[in-house]
Design a protein. Structure first.
Length: 432
């Protein structure tokens, strides 16, 4: 038996949900054409974990420790579902970096990029780090991965994750505004000429990264950050490199080479798909006589998992029962905040596309289900960028998802997908 509430059919089972939604939020859902029943299945959505490649033989041990069956997600390799009440943080498998929690819909967004070993990838909104880890796994020990986030403490958590899962060798992490970030990728190198060869002072040359810095160095870095932030807004601050792996191309560079921004007049057709291999390691970049270490002019893959209202994340909405439903107003429902977010999302998408090479792929995703933060952003972006083209997500025909309101876009939602809500759009850059 069904009844109707706020314009949507609601079953008896859904009416008895233990998470009562306030009227203002129901109005928000109604105004955005969203069915409140997606929150009725909150307690039945599985928790998802990703198994580190090469650890398949440990599955039985993990199941014994967690005391539950890890059900393989047949449409997403490497992912398993477990009952929603199971906690993994205290498990040996989690603490030793064998598994990590990641919603299957987020895994699908990464899979949509179709990353291959040797690619050069930019994650423009990298925190909290699960997608970054998956991208690094897919790359292996080749290519490069650049993670950017404006929140230093959140990016520091990404750094911790990369080290925990031993995935950071080809990565570099920048605290920066994703709407203005302009640094180009560097080709991975095992053997590179020192910046000293080009007349750089030793203090300006990057040595191997270490988390153990002297008190003097930490104090100096803290002072430098404060000095910069007192004179500049966050959006105009120079990117701050907080982590780089041994094979990220950074070791041996001087700072002026690393922080060389992209010039919009540079052609983007000379970007790169793969890195050549000499023996077991990445190859050296060929250099002209007397030239500096040269970055390339575009990135093959860009992921823009933009900040949003999180209304598609059932677990996020559940938190308001503890935070207080009154906080929902300014976090989700406020019209000015939504307008600000749409402006931010469009600028993140635009800048990510600017850094993409011709023929490369960009995936834009949000965990909002509203049209304003998804299809409308895509439409505005396409209207302003004649070289942008939407592409089919090749794997989507095997995924439990729906088509978006624009052809070639897709949506995950709790009732259809048994995942958190997620919108995905994939673009490529055409020659103009």
């Amino acid at each position: 038996m069904c009844s109707v509430e706020d314009g949507f059919p609601v079953s008896d089972q859904e009416q008895s949900v233990s998470l009562p939604l306030p009227g203002a939020f129901l109005d928000f859902l109604n105004n955005n054409g969203l069915d409140p029943s997606i929150y009725a299945v909150a307690d039945t959505i599985p928790r998802y974990v990703r198994l580190k490649p090469g650890c398949e033989s440990l599955l039985a041990d993990i199941e014994a420790e967690l005391r539950c069956k890890l059900e393989e997600v047949v449409w997403l390799p490497g992912f398993f579902s477990i009952p929603p009440h199971i906690q993994i943080a205290g498990s040996k498998a989690y603490q030793q970096g064998v598994i990590y929690g990641m919603d299957a819909a987020s895994g699908a967004a990464v899979s949509a990029l179709d990353v291959s070993p040797g690619d050069h990838v930019l994650d423009l909104c990298a925190a909290p780090g699960a997608k970054l880890c998956m991208l690094s796994d897919l790359l292996g020990n080749s290519g490069s991965l650049t993670g950017v986030d404006i929140a230093r403490h959140r990016l520091a958590a990404c750094c911790t994750m990369l080290q925990k899962y031993a995935l950071g060798d080809c990565c570099r992490l920048f605290v920066a505004d994703g709407t203005t970030f302009s640094l180009l990728p560097l080709r991975s190198c095992m053997d590179i000429k020192s910046g000293a060869a080009y007349g750089a002072d030793n203090k300006d040359i990057f040595t191997e990264w270490t988390s153990k810095r002297s008190w003097k160095d930490r104090k100096k870095a803290f002072k430098a950050r404060n000095a910069n932030s007192s004179h500049q807004s966050q959006s105009t601050l120079e990117p701050e490199l907080i982590y780089y792996g041994r094979h990220s191309g950074v070791v041996g560079l001087c700072k002026s080479e690393l922080f060389r921004p992209r010039n919009d007049n540079e052609p983007s057709v000379s970007g790169y798909d793969r890195v050549c291999h000499l023996g077991a390691g990445p190859c050296m970049l060929s250099m002209e006589a007397g030239s500096a270490y040269r970055p390339f002019t575009g990135t093959k893959s860009v992921l823009v998992d933009a900040e949003c209202t999180h209304d598609g994340s059932v677990k996020h909405i559940q938190k308001f029962a503890f935070w207080g439903w009154n906080t929902l107003q300014h976090r989700v429902l406020d019209a000015k905040r939504t307008d600000t977010l749409m402006h931010l999302q469009l600028h993140l998408l635009t800048n990510g596309f600017r850094l993409l090479r011709v023929g490369g792929s960009l995936v834009y995703s949000t965990c909002s289900l509203t049209v304003a933060q998804n299809e409308h952003v895509v439409e505005h972006f396409l209207a302003r960028n004649s070289s942008a083209e939407l592409r089919e997500v090749d794997l989507a025909d095997k995924w439990p998802c729906k088509s978006g309101r624009i052809p070639k876009t897709i949506r995950f939602d709790p009732t259809t997908s048994k995942t958190s809500g997620l919108f995905i759009a994939k673009f490529t850059k055409l020659t103009t």
